[in-house]
Design a protein around this ligand. Sequence first.
Ligand SMILES: [Mg+2]
Length: 214
Amino acid sequence: MTARLACFDLDNTLIDRDGAFLAWARWFADRAGLGEDATAWLVAHDNGGFTPRPQLFAGLREAFGLTASVDELVAAYDREHPPFTWVEQPVLDGLASLSTAGWRVAVVTNGNVVQQTAKLEHTGIAAAVDYCCISEAAGVRKPDRRIFELAAEHTGATLSDGWMVGDHPSYDVAGGLNAGLRTIRVGHHHQLPTPVAEHHVDSVLKAFPLILSS
Ligand SMILES: [Mg+2]
């Protein structure tokens, strides 16, 4: 029998991406001698990571008179933000429990290879799953079903009776539905009411027993 697939989003699903961004922003502002105003500016303009980084750093450069170029600021961010990410041990335990039960486990994340790979390695999530599908490398993004097909191919799993778990309705829930997966929405980062996931939980930890019992 072909193994079933459990897919997880990374940012604000497996990891507290916004918490890591805040920690980085404090460190960055302090190092640059910019103070609390710059931290607040970064958090206010980050939009949960959805503001394109060149746009974010062009704005920061303008607002605070930074001398580094936008390219330099973005490159530094890609190097310096990932070490501020962390994962809770119970999340790694939950991923391991799925593997033990015979599930194939994949991370399916929209983002760039440098930043997402560094976060996946730094947190230990890369080692805890069968495959990490990063949109920039895949050439296709959630909610396109093809990114889930790639995850299934690389893990030798079927999409039938599989799951997608993530925080974003338009990418994670819509993507899961496009791929014929059952869906679990995590947290309240987005005000979007639709598409509606089969389950809506406040923590990814509550997704593991739902998948294991399905
Ligand atoms: Mg996310």
